[in-house]
Design a protein around this ligand. Structure first.
Ligand code: N7H
Length: 499
């Protein structure tokens, strides 16, 4: 039976406190600890109260927007369950009354006592929407054509490395299930499968988890991740240095989205998913073999220094633009300061001086800040990924080579949200990271033609001699493929996708 979005229900919802949604009304509250992680370096989420007043001012409905879109990289455990719809009528008939009450809107994640046991989000590929007989053009060619269409020429992936599921035609959608334990995630997956009653089958899945102990929040190379995401008008209050971006760059139909969309697509977002394998032992060996030679540092510190300059941040998260030659863990852990830089300094030539941050550093390639004048407001994403795979084994550390055992593969389950994939993820990868002008990104850059391990020769990595070229002759990040999805609003699930 369909869970109709009738006016009296809308009135009832409007009268609830801001965090109450159709789903939160229906769900028992059992949480006493957050399902999100909270490393000191990462910006805190707005409180429910702060978000309610900011969103009211901007006209954003946080009870209608799926929770993963604006939250960023704070998940503890997250399963990406990619599925094929084998009975679309049955699937659609279960979506409204069965699945919708489980879908977690943004507002529900902002306070521990409103969080569900497992946060559930749902997104569809173009093939999935077509299977559901949704034929409207959402106004995004990259989404419509699928990621496989972008592979070599735009993203520079070597197609032979792609997981067969991403290269095939079976992925119609993905459930994103996030919690603090894998048991919770698995229990919710079973509940969803029971509700969907055989109308979907698993196409592929990837289990992500935050790294253990003091590495929580750090990705597999060891760097704190998720510090810099844009502040979205109508959601978050900007921290010093944080760019403020219109909600329409991430949410369809909101201020700043200039494309004509079907009305039901409003408050949805395009999700670019990438399984990015990280070759950690090889990365570590490269840093040791090419360690810099600052006489005040130990050999290990000189290796760390090279890694920091390739990244643009130290492993702690401290930006090299503010602390170019030594780590500063206190700065790293302070969100009031750790994103407050733009690569310019008094008396400094922004176009030639690499003593603070190399032009090719991953951070600078993917967000040039003051390097573009006026500062870019058109090409931004919200990153919401999570590491996957186990820690490096002793055998891999000893050999400096990643194991070929598939169960030991590790990397980043990369998720980027935007309202225009060609202006968001695909733009950043193709036109900034892969672009040889100012050096190809040493972390995620490729030759842009689909060949692996093409040497890159950036200058600027050695602060003692910024003209020195250090050749990087291998890829430390290998794309295992991905897909583009549309993450619809809760009302779209109810009124358009469900029958
Ligand atoms: Fe990156 N890393 O840990 O190495 N990234 N990234 N990324 N990335 C960032 O400031 C990483 C990838 C961006 O606003 C940090 O939050 C890894 C892709 C953007 O100044 C670290 C992979 C794309 C930013 C990493 C990977 C981007 C950013 C610093 C793949 C887009 C913010 C922490 C395995 C095409 C820039 C932080 C800003 C930051 C890492 C992929 C984009 C540590 C390992 C594919 C926009």
């Amino acid at each position: 039976m369909r869970f109709a979005f009738v006016p009296f229900l809308a009135v009832a919802i409007a009268l609830q406190p801001a965090f109450c949604t159709p789903s939160s009304v229906l769900k028992p509250r059992t949480r006493t600890n957050s399902l999100l992680i909270n490393p000191a370096a990462l910006p805190a989420l707005p409180s429910a109260q702060q978000a309610a007043s900011a969103s009211a001012e901007a006209g954003l409905n946080l009870t209608n927007i799926q929770g993963d879109i604006l939250i960023g990289m704070k998940k503890n455990k997250e399963l990406f369950f990619f599925f094929t719809i084998i009975n679309s009528t049955l699937f659609r008939s279960q979506l409204g009354s069965g699945i919708l009450p489980l879908i977690t809107p943004t507002s529900q994640l902002l306070a521990v006592d409103t969080q569900p046991t497992t946060a559930v989000n749902l997104a569809f590929s173009q093939r999935g929407l077509t299977t559901l007989d949704i034929t409207d053009d959402l106004g995004d060619t990259a989404f419509a054509n699928g990621q496989i269409d972008n592979v070599a020429s735009i993203l520079g992936d070597e197609t032979s490395n792609w997981e067969s599921a991403f290269a095939g035609t079976s992925i119609h959608g993905v459930f994103l299930l996030a919690s603090d334990t894998v048991d919770n995630v698995n229990a919710t997956l079973s509940q969803i499968q029971a509700l969907l009653n055989g109308s979907i089958t698993e196409a592929y899945s990837l289990q992500g988890q935050a790294r253990p102990a003091d590495q929580q929040g750090h990705e597999h190379f060891g760097f704190m991740d998720g510090i810099s995401n844009p502040a979205v008008t109508g959601f978050s209050t900007p921290l010093p240095g944080q760019q403020v971006i219109d909600p329409g760059l991430f949410l369809l139909g909101e201020t700043g989205d200039t494309v004509t969309r079907p009305a039901w697509a409003k408050d949805g977002s395009f999700l670019a998913f990438r399984q990015l394998q990280q070759r950690v032992p090889e990365f570590n060996k490269f840093l040791v073999d090419n360690a810099l030679s600052n006489p005040n540092l130990t050999a290990d510190q000189n290796a760390e220094l090279l890694g920091a300059r390739m990244m643009g941040r130290w492993k702690s998260g401290a930006p090299v633009d503010l602390t170019p030659t030594v780590d500063d863990p206190v700065l790293a852990a302070d969100p009031q300061r750790n994103n407050n830089f733009n690569y310019s300094h008094p008396g400094f030539d922004l176009d030639t001086d690499q003593t603070h941050c190399p032009f090719s550093a991953h951070l600078r390639k993917t967000n040039p800040r003051a390097g573009l004048n006026p500062e870019n407001t058109a090409n931004h994403i919200i990153r919401a990924g999570i590491p996957y795979g186990p820690e490096v084994t002793d055998a891999e550390n000893a050999s400096n080579v990643s194991s070929t055992d598939p169960s030991l593969e590790r990397g980043l389950a990369f998720v980027a949200y935007q309202s225009d994939i060609n202006a968001g993820f695909a733009f950043l990868q193709q036109l900034w990271a892969n672009n040889a002008a100012y050096g190809v990104d040493p972390i995620i850059g490729t030759d842009g033609l689909g060949q692996a391990d093409v040497p890159r020769s950036p200058s600027g990595l050695d602060p003692a001699d910024p003209t020195r070229i250090i050749t990087i002759d291998q890829d430390f990040v290998v794309s295992r493929g991905g897909e583009y999805f549309f993450s619809p609003s809760l009302s779209a699930i109810q009124n358009t996708l469900a029958i």
